[in-house]
Design a protein around this ligand. Structure first.
Ligand code: SF4
Ligand code: MG
Length: 335
């Protein structure tokens, strides 16, 4: 069987200032030609600075926004082709955990109501099975069942994020998309939540798309890492290979800027030389060229393609991963 999640050439452009800027063709290219796949039980981390498009990728996967182009397939089925009923069923397979456990939980509901609500969108539960489900989910995320009667305001930040995870688990998803899921938490609480995610993955075989600006976090949980820069993936590699030997100059700069092996949070707001770029007016060619120490003439002109390397990674860089001409084989071309 193929991958659980397949993302093909995903693209999202937003019109810029439509209505008051007299530039109807001005667009923000938030996500440009992004492709990757995720196997069942795997953790793919998407890492990059703020504004690189990683949160837009999360929203596109959840179909919270419509793509400008490209496809998202779950178990080989294009989610855009699904009719209402089938889409609801597919949505159960994919759940999201958000960054801010404060604003994403309804303050008027108890913990028990919050985590059983997704299930009750599909089937009415009476009090006993609802409480049993809530107790089970709370235990799965390391909380005591009595907590089901508490309001979010009566819980700590870490407990609230555990609730967010319990809520995501309630529909037994195959895939959880976590967007900066531990960024708002203290370092010690971050470690607890990351350990919880790893445990849940081992017990339940859940796959994660884990989105973070924080390489310290990513190194702890990733099986593979996709590095994004201004809407594009610039390197995608097995985690160990990426941290041992980054190939793209941007990946290299990110890792050099992170005090590895410090497991505590590493802010990547501006770790790389030069100004963090804006997706509104991205540089031509390789968007990284104004900050790149290796840039050559060609980098200003041509967008580098993602080139497969011998160790299974893909890298988009004219200098570090030059595209080779693939010779046309006459017998193949004849078909
Ligand atoms: Fe640097 Fe050029 Fe490679 Fe871009 S393509 S990362 S500018 S060397
Ligand atoms: Mg974001």
């Amino acid at each position: 069987s193929g991958p659980l999640l397949t993302v093909e050439n995903l693209t999202k452009h937003y019109p810029l200032g439509a209505g008051f800027l007299k530039k109807p063709f001005s667009v923000v290219k938030a996500v440009e030609d992004v492709s990757f796949s995720v196997e069942a039980g795997e953790t793919l981390c998407i890492v990059g600075e703020s504004g690189c498009g990683k949160s837009t990728v999360a929203r596109l996967l959840m179909r919270l926004v419509e793509p400008t182009g490209g496809r998202v397939l779950i178990d080989g089925t294009d989610i855009a082709d699904l009719k209402k009923q089938a889409l609801r069923a597919f949505r159960r397979r994919m759940q999201m955990v958000f960054q801010d456990p404060y604003s994403s939980l309804n303050p008027r509901l108890t913990a028990g109501q919050i985590i059983t609500e997704p299930v009750e969108n599909f089937e009415r539960l009476s009090r006993k099975p609802r409480n049993a489900l809530a107790a089970d989910l709370l235990q799965k995320v390391g909380m005591s069942p009595e907590m089901m009667h508490r309001l979010p305001s009566e819980l700590s930040g870490g407990q609230r994020q555990r609730l967010g995870i319990a809520r995501a688990l309630s529909l037994k998803p195959a895939l959880i998309i976590a967007d900066e899921a531990v960024s708002a938490l203290d370092v010690s609480v971050q470690a607890q939540i990351l350990n919880l995610l790893v445990d849940l993955q081992q017990q339940m075989g859940i796959a994660f798309v884990f989105i973070s600006h924080d390489l310290g976090v990513v190194e702890h949980i990733a099986h593979r890492v996709a590095v994004m820069y201004l809407g594009r993936i610039v390197e995608l590699a097995p985690s160990e290979a990426l941290f041992a030997k980054p190939v793209h100059p941007y990946t290299e700069a990110l890792i050099a800027a992170a005090p590895v092996p410090d497991p505590t949070r590493v802010r990547l707001e501006a770790p790389v030389e030069g100004e963090a770029p804006s997706p509104i007016n991205p540089p031509s060619g390789c968007a990284f060229h104004p900050r790149c120490p290796l840039a050559v003439e060609r980098c200003r002109i041509d967008v580098p393609p993602l080139v497969p390397m011998a160790d299974g990674r893909v890298v988009a860089c004219h200098v570090r991963a030059p595209a080779r001409e693939i010779p046309v084989q006459p017998d193949v071309a004849a078909n």
